[in-house]
Write a protein that binds this ligand. Sequence first.
Ligand code: GAR
Length: 202
Amino acid sequence: MTRIAVLVSGGGTNLQALIDAQKSGIIKSGEIVLVISSQPTAYALERAKNAGIDSAVANKKELGSHEAFEAKIRGLLDEYKIDLIVLAGFMSILSEDFTKAYPKRILNVHPSLIPSFCGAGFYGLRVHEAALSYGVKVTGATVHFVNEIPDGGEIVMQKAVCVKDGDTPEILQRRVMEEAEWKILPEAVEKVSYEIKTQKEV
Ligand code: GAR
């Protein structure tokens, strides 16, 4: 089994999609063994608790620096012998030092069709605001490996979603989550978990 840690910062609907996919058997080559939140009040922590998954908080403000923040996360990943890290609404950019330590072992879900509306400054609702103000008629979501370039790693899966007349950023965000993120994130996690599991068995 591939041991998975999910890193979150907020509501955790993508975490919930992963938990549900594990229950329904869509994710069968991996197991979520740890949730790490960058925010002590994130609702995602409740979701982890309800699912009986261990959780921890790594908060940059409390820890005093980005280095201490990443050191805490790396300590937890070592302690839980994590094979695959999934960023699911994780609102911090990881350093090159960090991403280089886990090549092709970090997945991220981003709420647009990369390379549109991505990179530093494009996160959460801002992505959908930018898509609407540009006037695109199709947007979507992307799951990609994480490297030292924000949103620049190899793409694993993408799904397109239509923009409709009268969409607000909130309405569009919800549609992108329902039609794309909550589907492709579990599928991509299973795909990569299977590959890692197979490598571990050799
Ligand atoms: C999701 O839409 C996710 O794709 C996005 O934040 C939201 C988190 O929601 N992530 C980014 O923008 C990262 N650049 P959730 O906490 O309910 O999963």
